[in-house]
Design a protein around this ligand. Structure first.
Ligand SMILES: [Zn+2]
Length: 306
């Protein structure tokens, strides 16, 4: 009798293992197929070692950043601008080798450190700048220095994408509605040039803290010069993302933790898997909202304890 139970259990274990293997193979194939039509975006802030008092998650060290760029190059990735990614997606080819590198806030080290490294690897970056901080420096929990206009223009002329990160960096979903036009339109005026007519050269916005709502979306849609926007939703971007929700592009934060190339490999894998699940109707936003709340609770708790 016991022999039979052992045999039945063994058969069940083998069936379960086969089931998991089958499921994994299917998911792996599906994610690989999804990757051919999706472009992930990585989100950086400052490329520096964190100064005392700075939040750690804002900084990736120059060494880690260079190691990540070298790894991306070795993997056959090409870092492009958002308009280039959109054109490639709309053309419908295989985009599995494309990646978007995005930088928020406009720190001076983006120009002094990241820009030369990007040029070295033939990569393009996408830089989202806080309007009222251009060319400024502040001493506030350490020194914060921001890029000035000549630096930004030089990067633009070298093929980098410049975009807006609002004027004030206040979360747009929380500010008074009558400030929205200033937050959203004024950066376009900063990045304009009079050479035989007014020439605007920014087309994108990254919402500060990924914060937006219907009123913000309605405001950005009023202005045809703005063509795309980054949300804080994780995942990757497909033709459908650009066509249906161009102001809710997906992004994934890169942080200084553990081995830098493992980190970038992990974040890319996560972007493809989450993007695939998103494309299948899986409630990624709900899941992310829960995770964000957990993170907030954890930080509040550690603040109280600490
Ligand atoms: Zn920011």
């Amino acid at each position: 009798m016991r022999k039979w139970i052992v045999r039945i259990l063994a058969v069940l274990v083998v069936l379960a293992a086969a089931g998991i293997g089958y499921y994994q193979a299917i998911l792996k194939n599906d994610v690989a197929a999804y990757r051919r039509r999706a472009v992930p975006a990585l989100m950086y802030h400052s490329i520096s070692r964190p100064a005392p008092g700075w939040p750690r998650e804002m900084c990736v060290s120059p060494e880690s950043f260079e190691a990540q760029m070298r790894w991306l190059k070795e993997q056959g990735y090409r870092a492009v601008t958002v308009p280039e990614a959109r054109a490639a997606l709309l053309a419908g080819g295989d985009v599995s080798h494309l990646v978007l590198l995005t930088f928020d806030d406009g720190y001076k080290d983006n120009y002094t450190v990241a820009f030369p490294i990007l040029k070295k690897y033939g990569f393009r970056g996408n830089f989202y700048v806080i309007g009222k901080h251009i060319g400024k420096s502040y001493v506030e929990a350490g020194l914060k220095e921001y890029m000035d206009k000549p630096m930004l223009l030089e990067m633009h002329q070298a093929g980098m994408e410049l975009g807006s990160h609002s004027m004030s960096h206040d979360p747009l979903a929380k500010i008074a509605p009558h400030y929205l036009p200033w937050e959203i339109y004024e950066p376009l005026n900063i990045f304009s040039r009079r050479d035989g007519g007014l020439h605007w050269f920014i087309h994108g916005i990254a919402f500060p803290n990924g914060s937006y709502n219907d009123a913000v979306l309605a405001e950005v849609r009023k202005y045809p010069k703005l063509e795309y926007g980054f949300s804080g939703i994780m995942g990757a971007n497909t033709k459908e993302t650009f066509e249906r929700t161009p102001f809710e592009l997906r992004r994934n934060g890169i942080y200084e933790q553990g081995n830098p190339t493992d980190e970038v490999a992990f974040v890319l894998r996560k972007a493809y898997v989450v993007g695939y699940l998103d494309s299948q109707g899986f409630p990624v936003r709900t899941l992310q909202a829960i995770l964000d709340h957990l993170k907030e609770w954890r930080s509040r708790l550690s603040f109280r304890l600490g």
